[in-house]
Design a protein around this ligand. Structure first.
Ligand code: ADE
Length: 225
C-alpha cells in the first residue's frame, strides 16, 4: 500500500517514520509512506503557501494552488484523497479497516487558521480524529497512517488485531504476564490452566464486562453467543 502525505511540516514525521512497527513495515516493503512538502509545489517566488483570508478576521489560510498542484502530480487512477479537518467524519476502527483495503491514499494536512474552502473539492473523504482542535493535520495524519499500517498483511500477527478493542464492538480483554503474583495481585487461575475453551470463555466474559462498564454504547452491535 502507498500513502502520500502532503504537509508544510515534513520534519514532524521523522520520528514517526523511523520508529518501531512503522519503521519495520516500511523496511519490509509492506507500506510505502512518502512525505511531500507542499512548499515545493508553490509557484510563488518566496515559496509562500498561505495568505490572509478575504473578509478579514482570521489568520493565515492555506492557498489552493500548491495543494492542487501537489495532488495532481501525485494522484493515481484509484487513489483515495483524504483531508484532515476537525469538520470531517469522526475516525474509528471500521474506517481504518476500510482504508487498509485501498491501494493508494493521499492525505492532505490542513494548517494554521484553516485552508481555502476550494481545497475541499479535491477530497473523497474528510476525517476528524475527534472533537478537539489541533494546530494542524500532521498528528491526525500519523494516527490514520499508524492505524492502517498495523492492519496490513504481514505487519503484525493477525491474532493481535483480530482481538483489538473495537473489533466486534467489544473492548479488549485483560492480559497478564510474569510474575503470577505481583504485590498480592494474582493472574486469574484460568489463564494458567491450559484449558483453551475455558480461557476463550473467560476472555469473552471479561471483554463484555469491561465494555458494559466503560462503553455501553458499543454493545448495541454485539452478537449474543
Ligand atoms: N486538524 C486539527 N484538528 C483536527 C482534528 N481533530 N482532526 C483532524 N484534523 C485536524
Amino acid at each position: 500500500m502507498k500513502i502520500d502525505i502532503l504537509t508544510i511540516f515534513p520534519e514532524m514525521f521523522e520520528g514517526f517514520l523511523n520508529t518501531s512497527i512503522i519503521k519495520r513495515a516500511r523496511t519490509n516493503n509492506k507500506v510505502d509512506i512518502n512525505i511531500h512538502d507542499i512548499r515545493n509545489y508553490s509557484k510563488d517566488k518566496h515559496k509562500k503557501v498561505d495568505d490572509y483570508g478575504y473578509g478579514g478576521g482570521r489568520g493565515m489560510v492555506l492557498m489552493p494552488q500548491p495543494i492542487f498542484d501537489a495532488v495532481e502530480d501525485i494522484k493515481t487512477k484509484d487513489c483515495k484523497i483524504i483531508l484532515m479537518t476537525p469538520q470531517g467524519k469522526t475516525y474509528n476502527q471500521k474506517i481504518a479497516y476500510d482504508l487498509s483495503n485501498e491501494k493508494h491514499i493521499i492525505i492532505i494536512c490542513g494548517h494554521y487558521e484553516g485552508f481555502d474552502e476550494r481545497i475541499r473539492t479535491l477530497a473523497d473523504m474528510e476525517i476528524s480524529i475527534g472533537d478537539y482542535v489541533l494546530t494542524g493535520g500532521e498528528l491526525p495524519s500519523m494516527i490514520i497512517t499508524d492505524s492502517i499500517t498495523r492492519l496490513l498483511d504481514g505487519v503484525i500477527e493477525k491474532d493481535s488485531h483480530i482481538n483489538d478493542s473495537f473489533n466486534n464492538n467489544l473492548l479488549d480483554y485483560p492480559v497478564y504476564t510474569k510474575p503470577v503474583d505481583f504485590r498480592g495481585m494474582k493472574v486469574p487461575d484460568v489463564l494458567l490452566s491450559g484449558h483453551h475453551a475455558n480461557i476463550e470463555k473467560f476472555r469473552r466474559e471479561e471483554a463484555l464486562k469491561k465494555t458494559k462498564e466503560r462503553r455501553p454504547d458499543l454493545l448495541e452491535g454485539v452478537k449474543d453467543e
